[in-house]
Design a protein around this ligand. Structure first.
Ligand code: ZN
Length: 117
């Protein structure tokens, strides 16, 4: 088997004895997914190296602490959401009326005055 070179530093890539699809650079310790792709046109195996971001060992810092999110039963965000919901519902229920009233007040529509004799 030929030596595989690390694409980033040129060091020798050590194949993981437990997983032949994994290689780790002996110099920079970067993990790579090693794959041999057999090419039918040339009859040779082509090496496919892919850098593996260390997502397996790396734990993103996303701790769920006791910090208040505002979505508690009496949290402020919930209160704001309820108020917004209230106005949306009012808008749906009274929107057309208010709109018509607004147009009347501002002379937007002259239908009413035209109907009068
Ligand atoms: Zn390397």
């Amino acid at each position: 088997m030929t030596d595989i070179k690390c694409p980033s530093c040129g060091g020798k890539l050590e194949i993981d004895p437990n997983n032949s699809n994994m290689g780790i650079c002996g110099q920079c310790n970067k993990p790579y997914a090693v794959q041999w792709i057999h090419s039918r046109s040339t009859g040779k195996d082509k090496l496919d190296l892919r850098f593996v971001p260390e997502k397996m060992d790396y734990q993103p810092v996303k701790k769920k602490g006791p910090k208040k999110s505002g979505w508690e039963p009496y949290g402020w965000k919930r209160g704001v959401a309820l108020v917004i919901l209230f106005f949306v519902l009012m808008g749906i229920m009274y929107g057309p009326k208010v709109y018509r009233r607004y147009q009347m007040d501002h002379g937007g529509i002259a239908i009413e005055s035209q109907e009068q004799p």
